[in-house]
Design a protein around this ligand. Sequence first.
Ligand code: HEC
Length: 307
Amino acid sequence: MRYLSTTLFILLAFMVKPVFAEDDHSLITPQVQNYIGYGAIILAMLLFIGVMLVLLKTFKVLTRIILKSEGYTEEQITAELQPAKKEKKQKAEVWQKLLSLRPLAEEKELLIAHDYDGIQELDNPIPAWFMYLFYATIIFAAGYLLTYHVFKVAPLQYDEYKTEMAQADIANKIYLSKAANRVDENTVKLTKDPTVLAAGQVVFKTTCVACHGEHAQGNVGPNLTDDYWLHGNKINDLFKTIKYGVLSKGMPTWEKQLSPKQISDVANYVKSIKGTNPSNPKEPQGTKETDDAGPAPKKQLVSVLVK
Ligand code: HEC
């Protein structure tokens, strides 16, 4: 009956909790509610253990009664109910050794010869487990000192950090170069990044000037600085023309010689030199093309408005 009421109380506490949680004006803060919840769980567990103990006791009493009715003596019953006694004792010995416990009978020998208002002190030894742990820390410290500071076999934290960062840097560079080389005529981006333009200029000076002229004014190939284009002036068009070439008209394919990144760089360089008006320009070829959608047309619009 007593347990029943406790169980009911706990159940009630669980059921009440959500109601509290929904009420903003509740005097019990959510934190306290949590504590109540935890308390209820712990209580339930304790109750469960209690019930188990009571059950165990009941079984023991029942066994005793049954055995008695079958004519066992009191000693036999006790022996029956507590088997494995020997093993238990051995375990206790190991336990006692580990804790360096001394039997109560030896307490007199352990007493320190002073007495403060009847309070006396026992000179118990330090537990063995603690001493083992302590020795282990000393051995560890010696090993640590030798490896990290004397023989320097392993790197210290900061060095480890530095090497890891360096590795990450290399990995990052490889990743970025790979990512840059994954570009094609569909994904190529127009950019004014000076490093990209400088790289593009290097490619242009080494591979393109023979046919397009020192200043891209045109030679065998067309002028690349004017407004007239045979194959389109969008960055994607330029990339495509440079990558695949126009073999029938004498513009080579660059797919094999240049990496996608180099093609992207030189295409951006070509875009950047538009309108530079070099001397001796080749006559215009193709159709006149306005610039890509971007900041440039806006500028024109502004100048028109100013006029
Ligand atoms: C062997 C000579 C030669 C070389 C080297 C050469 N080109 Fe060309 N290029 C041409 C010719 C010829 C054309 C004209 C193709 C046509 O008439 O369709 C052309 C056309 C182009 C066009 C298209 C122009 C337009 O009006 O649409 C671009 C862009 C271009 N070249 C860029 C380059 C770049 C960048 C390089 C260096 C990587 C390069 N070319 C190297 C001969 C060359």
